[in-house]
Design a protein around this ligand. Structure first.
Ligand code: GLN
Length: 386
């Protein structure tokens, strides 16, 4: 008998929608990835390292040059105090999350998650023997409420798994909300697995603050990052887990039996990018912010109710407020098959208590692609409006 957790699962909503987009030739605003190549300097650095550097196993914890660069990068951008011995290089952020859960969770433990939650969380928690306890955040504010968090914590709670900024809500949490979480972690003696892969894709002058950097979090927080998101190359799958050396050492023991290492050429290139000046990051954000504004303005003009997007590659539309009565799942089926645009139904990120009228669209695309998608979605709304 195969393991029931995976037997009961289908393909991820991202893979399913991308496959449908390929099959129908639709514009893919579903799965979140930019339709550009990523920084040329980084691709050249990786090419050089591939041809001239080592292609054998790098150290299990990651290349020293990248661990140094990541520690320095986070100290400079987010005031963290990790040294290189507090950095583990992983094969993407999802592997870092998996390794953290495997290392920190004992069967029977509960893990608090915040919905809408990234789809990998529940199966990874379950396979580690844990039980997910969800705090369901609601649009349009998606705010964390101290009482709702407290109600989700039981004597069996071992950790919180917190995605900030939050995909798919496109929300960057406030200092107040992070303080609520830090306070709960300290009072209940919990680990915090901080999935911060969107830390650099923030808009309107926002700066990211890590829950891991708050007082009381040292030794209990692991901060997870993703070079794929930082440098717009989602296929690279280079991630980081950062924290107190003892905690990272534990997580490394799980990592050594998952992927063990990550391609050295990519690690070398990422080390170079991590030390780029602030200007590069500001420009990257400004580019995505322009794309966000272009898609939002076009959709609003076509009559769609668009929710605020503070971060990530995504914005959400509110079907009900746009006069469309179909639920998000049916709507996404209709637009990909009949109108040539793929999106992601946000109800897929909830275990049951979520809204069913919100659809996520990715704006990390060229202007012409966004404009064509707006045209098509405008026509779709005309047909579907009750
Ligand atoms: N993070 C991507 C998104 O939210 C999806 C990644 C994946 O397909 N596994 O769209």
């Amino acid at each position: 008998m195969a393991n029931p957790i995976y037997k009961a699962l289908g393909s991820t909503v991202f893979d399913t929608m991308s496959a449908l987009a390929r099959e129908t030739g639709a514009i893919n605003l579903g799965q979140g990835f930019p339709d550009q190549q990523g920084p040329e300097a980084l691709r050249r650095a990786a090419g050089r390292a591939l041809m001239e550097g080592s292609n054998q196993y790098p150290p299990m914890r990651g290349l020293p040059v990248l661990r140094e660069a990541a520690a320095e990068h986070y100290a400079r951008h987010q005031d963290t105090a990790f040294g290189a011995d507090g950095v583990l290089v992983t094969s993407g952020a999802t592997e870092a999350i998996a390794a953290s859960l495997l290392a920190l969770i004992t069967p029977g433990d509960e893990v608090v998650i915040f919905e809408p939650a990234y789809d990998a969380y529940r199966p990874l928690i379950a396979r580690a023997g844990g039980q997910a306890r969800a705090v369901a955040l609601q649009p349009p504010g998606w705010r964390i409420d101290a009482a709702a968090l407290e109600a989700a914590i039981t004597p069996r709670t071992r950790a919180i798994l917190f995605n900030d900024p939050l995909n798919p809500a496109a929300r960057a949490f406030s200092d107040d909300e992070r303080r609520i979480l830090a306070d709960a972690c300290v009072r209940h003696d919990l680990y915090a697995i901080c999935d911060e892969v969107w830390e650099h894709v923030l808009f309107d002058g926002r700066a990211h603050r890590s829950l891991a950097a708050l007082p009381g979090m040292e030794g209990r927080a692991v901060k997870i990052g993703s070079a794929g998101k930082i440098f717009s190359m989602t296929g690279w799958k280079v991630g980081f887990a950062c924290g107190a050396p003892d905690l990272i050492e534990l997580i490394a023991r799980a990592h050594q039996y998952l992927t063990f290492t990550t391609p050295p050429a990519l690690q070398e290139a990422v080390a170079e990018g991590m030390s780029w000046p602030q200007d590069w990051y500001a420009e990257m954000r400004a580019g995505y912010q322009r794309s966000r504004d272009r898609l939002a303005a076009g959709l609003r003009e076509a009559g769609w109710a668009v929710l605020p997007s503070e971060a990530t590659y995504f914005l959400n539309i509110d079907l009900a407020a746009s006069g469309v009565t179909q639920d998000d799942t049916a709507f996404c089926e209709t637009i990909v098959r009949e109108h040539g645009v793929a999106g992601i139904p946000v109800s897929a990120f909830y275990g049951g208590q979520g809204p069913s009228h919100i659809v996520r669209l990715c704006f990390a695309k060229k202007d012409a692609v966004l404009d064509e998608a707006v045209e098509r979605l405008g026509r779709a709304r005309e047909v579907m409006r009750g």
